[in-house]
Design a protein around this ligand. Sequence first.
Ligand code: PGA
Length: 250
Amino acid sequence: MRRKLAAGNWKMNGTASALTELGNLAYSCKSAKAEVLICPPATLLYRAANVCVDSKVSIGAQDCHNATYGAHTGDLSAEMLHDAGATAVILGHSERRADHDETDETVRAKAKTAIAAGLTAIICVGETLNDREAGKTLDVVRAQLAGSLPDDTSGTTVVVAYEPVWAIGTGKVPTVEQIAEVHNDLRASLVKRFGGETANAIRLLYGGSVKAGNAKEIFAVAHVDGALVGGASLKAADFAPIVAALDASA
Ligand code: PGA
């Protein structure tokens, strides 16, 4: 059985005062069955991990460098993130693919380093609106999946997040049929490459404008094992109901 996962991506939001929200979330999720993960900015990792000690909430990072150490001013290695208290790292988010020209190859190299440092790599894939309108969604997502996942992918080392770029931060959500089509296809691609046993252990998240109000119907879709949530993860009062909806779907 794949354990459900509710992951929150705070992006470039939050200073020390946001740790109160994290404490509130840890309290609200004290009986959660699903895994709950919050990925704050790197500046908060260490303090966030301390706030969540002995709670159901674990802490992740939003990116890492593909090198293990060296002359890379301003960058952070996977080992440093792990040392600060992270258990996972988001890689290949569409905002990084767009803002930092990250390719599938870069994402795969980062994933390898992250896994070697003991982090779970949450690897994001997803089509743009142009891709979807041109009928290329499955081709684009298949290519990103093939290029971004390292060979040492397993149910413990990798989580895949399907995030249509046009749904991120826009309030627009694909239909449940559209989500189902991509998630089925992702599972089939994973089975082809890694074999049934490994593929069926890998969790597939949906991300893009997930809110308390639409979580239930999204979590009812086959092969949706949880969500990667941006805006609605910033406040405990918004994120806790999403965790509850995921628990109810289990
Ligand atoms: P959103 O972001 O929930 O604010 O749409 C999702 C994401 O970027 O992971």
